[in-house]
Design a protein around this ligand. Structure first.
Ligand SMILES: [Zn+2]
Length: 266
């Protein structure tokens, strides 16, 4: 019964997001799959956490449009999320919701779910609000190297504070929604694990993420095979398979591992 309700709720949310151009067709279908599992198996608390990520990140990607216009092409995709982005951001959280079905009385599926969402939320908030930093960002692997805004691997003070805030929002909700356990440590673990995931995302962006070059615009870009201008981009560095979706997936995975290790030792 709850699974059926979850399915209906997921269809409504996916349809609204599709109409609002937050998801394209493949993204809406992927959202129905992840939403059905998370709403259907987890229920209301899990739905609140997922929707907090989904709604705040969709809203922030629309905010400050003018400031971002010149940077838009550095990012590989527009505002409409496709299936790759939905699974990249929500795949791990969905897996932990499914694990909750098999371990309904254990805390760790909730902790893993929350940490995965905290990490991708931290990453999104940092990326979207980092553009407000007045100065150019610094490379995470070499904090003395100044890079252009929007460069993968670049971090800034405002971006990092935004990441911490995005992570803390999920951490605080995770603590309050599951009051049967030690709420303070849940909140702290999820918040710090989420921030760690977002920093790991930047680290991958600076090192092994696939990066391309547009010969027409003379610009580095994540876009492949075609740039916004329609010209084919050339691979310049990083592992070809490690595109932005897999980087987001790794961001969530790193947050989960950090949270579960912290749970074992605290
Ligand atoms: Zn171009």
């Amino acid at each position: 019964m709850q699974l059926l309700l979850g399915f209906l709720f997921a269809i409504i949310i996916a349809y609204l997001a599709y109409r609002a151009h937050s998801l394209n067709k493949s993204g809406a279908i992927a959202a129905i799959v992840t939403g059905t599992i998370i709403f259907g198996v987890g229920g209301l608390d899990w739905a609140i956490l997922l929707l907090t990520f989904f709604i705040t990140s969709s809203a922030l990607s629309r905010a400050f449009k003018k400031r971002k216009q010149s940077l838009d092409e550095k990012f590989s995709k527009g505002h409409e999320r496709d299936a790759g982005q939905v699974f990249g951001n929500g795949g791990i959280a969905t897996a932990f919701a499914a694990l909750h079905f098999f371990f309904p009385n254990e805390l760790w599926p909730w902790l893993g779910f929350a940490a995965a969402l905290a990490a991708v939320n931290a990453d999104t908030w940092g990326t979207e609000l980092g553009v407000l930093n007045p100065n150019s960002p610094l490379m995470i692997t070499n904090l003395r190297k100044v890079v252009e805004k929007g460069t993968s691997g670049g971090i800034s003070l405002i971006g990092t504070i935004a990441s911490l805030a995005g992570s803390a929002l999920i951490g605080i909700l995770a603590a309050f929604l599951n009051p049967t356990v030690d709420s303070v440590s849940t909140g702290i673990i999820v918040t710090l694990a989420g921030l760690a995931g977002a920093l790991f995302d930047s680290f991958l962006g600076a090192t092994v993420q696939a990066m391309y070059f547009c010969p027409t615009d003379n610009k580095e870009t994540e876009k492949h095979p075609l740039h916004t201008c329609g010209v084919q981009t050339v691979h310049i560095r990083g592992w070809k398979w490690l595109n932005n979706d897999w980087v987001n997936f790794s961001c969530g995975a790193f947050g989960v591992v950090a949270a579960l290790i912290a749970m074992l030792y605290l």
